[in-house]
Design a protein around this ligand. Structure first.
Ligand code: ADP
Length: 510
């Protein structure tokens, strides 16, 4: 056995994580947070965890003390050999992170699209390459993973490559695969002309595997080939096996039976913790909320809002896309501002029409609405800490992290009860005062308006309930230690399932 394949203890597994976003290297959304936090938790259980991701142009090698590890590395795609370099850096919890440098593919401003939000045309090649390169790296360094864990369509070819290209390998022949779907709406669907480059073979271009309306769907193929599949909350797992929720993949997910399940994400308390957070001006805890009131004043000052302690302040953070319910907010905001004594702070970036709408609000509602268009981690922490409520009316939400962060910072979520939002927010009960937030079901501006009204009237009329809810929300346990145990169980299930697959059908090699 190669020395790097040795387990750190008797029970640890070698685990390779392949992802397109990892904190603190590159982040667009929650995927980056999830990958780094999950890896840290797995490492703390004694597993040998390693991460592979692209070296995007925006990653500062010096800042991460990244050193060259392999140069050059040849990677066979279907019809051509590509060359790259590999840098090695230390991620959260000192986990080794390999950064695949292929300048033509990854040395760009955006991760997936240009500044005008147009997806790069060569995305299938970029991420197909990443997936092949991750496995090649194992071979070149002698790392023998028991499981490779791929995330979203960008790395959904990893399970297929393992079964099609490496089934006979000494190193990777027994490696099982797990694919986690963080957002089923993004499937990686591209023209079939990319198939030869991706090296998938035309026998894979069938409707049960990669074919989708005469195009290649990365996610669909991943669902076929992965030994186990997860998504990021139990409710979302149920939703996406229904025709309306599955974005066309429901039958293929259902066909995987017990190999598909939902595991809720956790919070990385080393990053999101009001007692230790270096990004907020004053720290606080459930037993001492003075700091939260101070954060509210700082937040109001930063966003040019009137300095009133008693006025309910509602925060919004997110990617400006239809999925997050921004249209519902835009359609009900005027009525809310007319009829309720509230303030808003809004942080986000994304679709241009949303950006210009939210950018303009402070001018229209001076002192009552503040907004910042762009990606700003410090502002995100301050909003979580300083607001009274956090609004997240997603049309669908696989898990969502911000509503969990907000609860931990004593900021009560107002959410549409879908996916992980439904799983992680406990509905307020007016007669007992129990609960941690306010939920509505109909995806309509009426429902949003009345639920914001319900939260705001509770703020003014039943402050003792609000205080009890804040304490309860802050004390909830969203730690990764628990969730990562569930992934551990899935890895072991995948290893068993891989053995069954091998016994059942050896794929043919072409
Ligand atoms: P998604 O992954 O769908 O974008 P999540 O709620 O799971 O949504 O995760 C969003 C993550 O991205 C959170 O950590 C949130 O704080 C962060 N985030 C989103 N938009 C911004 C922004 N404009 N500035 C700073 N952080 C942001």
């Amino acid at each position: 056995m190669h020395p790097t394949a040795k387990k750190p203890n008797g029970v640890g597994l070698n685990i390779l994580i392949v992802a397109s976003e990892v904190e603190p290297f590159a982040k667009v959304g929650g995927l980056a947070d999830v990958v780094s936090a999950l890896c840290s938790a797995l490492k703390s259980f004694g597993h040998d965890v390693r991460i592979v991701m692209p070296r995007y142009g925006g990653i500062d090698l010096k800042q991460h003390d990244a050193r060259i590890a392999l140069e050059p590395m040849g990677v066979w795609m279907g019809d051509v050999e590509e060359w790259c370099s590999v840098y090695r850096a230390a991620g959260a919890g000192d986990i080794p992170v390999s950064l695949i440098e292929h300048r033509r593919y990854f040395d760009r401003e955006g991760l997936y699209h240009d500044a005008a939000m147009h997806d790069y045309d060569d995305n299938p090649r970029r991420f197909g390459f990443l997936s092949r390169a991750a496995l090649q790296l194992c071979k070149d360094t002698g790392f023998k993973p028991a499981v490779v864990h791929a995330h979203d369509w960008q790395t959904a070819l990893v399970p297929a490559y393992l079964k099609l290209w490496h089934w006979n390998d000494r190193l990777l022949g027994n490696t099982a695969s797990v694919l986690t779907i963080h957002n089923v709406a993004y499937q990686g669907v591209y023209p079939k002309s990319h198939l030869p480059y991706l090296g998938l073979g035309w026998h894979n271009f069938t409707s049960d595997k990669f074919e989708s309306y005469d195009r290649i769907s990365f996610l669909k193929g991943g669902i076929y080939y992965a030994d186990c599949i997860t998504t990021v909350s139990p409710t979302h797992a149920r939703e996406i096996t229904t025709p309306s929720g599955g974005f066309g993949l429901a039958p293929y997910l259902s066909a995987r039976g017990s190999c598909f399940k939902g595991i809720i994400n956790g919070i990385d308390y080393s990053v999101w913790n009001p007692q230790t957070d270096p990004l907020i001006p004053v720290r606080f805890s459930a037993d001492s909320l003075d700091g939260k009131r101070a954060c509210k004043r700082h937040l109001q000052a930063k966003f040019d809002l009137q300095q009133h302690d008693h006025v309910a302040l509602i925060g919004v953070i997110g990617r400006f896309v239809v999925q997050k319910g921004f249209e519902l907010i835009a359609r009900s905001l005027e009525r809310i501002m007319q009829n309720m004594v509230v303030q808003f702070v809004i942080l986000g970036s994304g679709e241009r029409h949303f950006e210009s709408y939210f950018r303009d609000l402070p001018r229209r509602y001076g002192g009552r609405i503040g907004s910042f268009i762009g990606f700003d981690n410090q502002r995100a922490h301050l909003i979580e800490a300083g607001c009274d409520f956090f609004l997240m009316p997603s049309l669908f939400e696989p898990c969502g992290l911000t509503q969990m962060y907000s609860q931990h910072y004593g900021t009560l979520p107002i959410v549409r009860a879908t996916g992980g939002l439904d799983d992680t927010v406990e509905q307020y009960n007016e007669s007992t005062g129990k609960g941690t937030g306010f939920k509505f079901w109909d995806p309509t501006e009426e429902a949003l308006y009345y639920t914001v009204g319900w939260a705001v009237s509770t703020w003014y009329d039943r402050p003792h309930h609000i205080r009890a809810m804040i304490r309860k929300a802050m004390k909830r346990d969203f730690s990764w230690q628990h969730q990562a145990r569930e992934y551990e169980a899935v890895y072991r299930q995948a290893i068993a399932r891989k053995k069954e697959w091998d016994e059942g059908h050896r794929p043919y090699y072409w």
